[in-house]
Design a protein around this ligand. Structure first.
Ligand code: ADP
Ligand code: AMP
Length: 217
């Protein structure tokens, strides 16, 4: 089967990571989150992590060349051969074009772009209650609580809040999204790849809507 690449689009807090993880499991694809990759580098104190941190702390985007090089390296790993669910990438038109060139090398293309729409006031509430797990699972203190507070349901590890989920940084991240990432909505709509999803529904309903868009895409 030809590899399948799905791009999750939406503002910070829309539910991209939550849905990408579920989708990847359902379709037996890898979940590639550039935010997770940067955070992993940060934790391991690599030069890439140290560079990315300066941008992430401020809620700014890491420069395109750095981000694209990291994705290219990730795609070279064998688990990407069947395709991937991309979460947080591309985030600028230049990254979208770079993605096309990278996929062309595998004789592939983006299959569908679920665009998860959620109003700004809900985004701030979602991010301020977000509890992260190193496993890539995402919880919310109110909307998706773990069985035991601050503990991952599956592997028992400690959950944590992200430094950049503070309300002031969140508001700046939403501005950055509106300026630099929102142009991708029309970019993918013009290519006939955009599937608009109402992200205010419960997690399972959002998931069903995304699965439909993948089947139709
Ligand atoms: P993104 O990856 O787009 O930044 P996340 O998947 O991390 O967003 O979700 C942000 C927060 O909102 C998390 O705490 C998550 O548990 C919660 N969340 C995700 N989807 C929903 C939903 N449909 N309804 C309520 N809360 C949600
Ligand atoms: P995320 O986990 O997707 O919310 O990303 C967290 C932070 O990582 C962002 O605020 C950016 O600083 C950085 N980042 C993640 N993905 C990208 C990308 N595709 N391009 C540039 N910066 C990114």
């Amino acid at each position: 089967m030809a590899p399948m690449y799905i791009v999750m689009l939406g503002p910070p807090g829309a539910g991209k990571g939550t849905q990408a993880k579920k989708l990847a499991e359902a379709l037996n694809l890898v979940h590639v989150s550039t935010g997770d990759l940067f955070r992993e580098n940060l934790k391991n104190e690599t030069p890439l992590g140290q560079l990315a941190q300066q941008y992430m702390n401020k809620g700014e985007l890491v420069p395109d060349d750095v981000t694209v090089a990291m994705v290219e390296e990730r795609f070279a790993r064998p688990d990407c051969e069947k395709g991937a669910v991309l979460d947080g990438f591309p985030r600028t038109p230049a990254q979208a074009e770079a993605l096309e060139s990278l996929l062309a090398k595998f004789d592939s293309d983006v299959k569908v772009v679920p665009f998860i729409k959620v109003p700004d006031d809900i985004l701030v509430e979602r991010l301020s209650g977000r509890w992260m797990s190193n496993s890539g699972r995402v919880y919310h203190e109110k909307y998706n609580p773990p069985l035991v507070k601050w503990i991952d349901d599956i592997d028992g590890s400690q959950l944590y809040q992200r430094d950049d989920d503070r309300p002031d940084t969140v508001r700046h991240r939403i501005e950055v999204y509106n300026e630099q990432t929102a142009p991708l909505i029309n970019y993918y709509r013009d290519k006939g790849l955009l599937a608009e999803i109402d992200g205010t529904q419960p997690i399972e309903d959002v998931f069903q809507a995304i699965m439909e868009s993948v089947k139709e895409g």
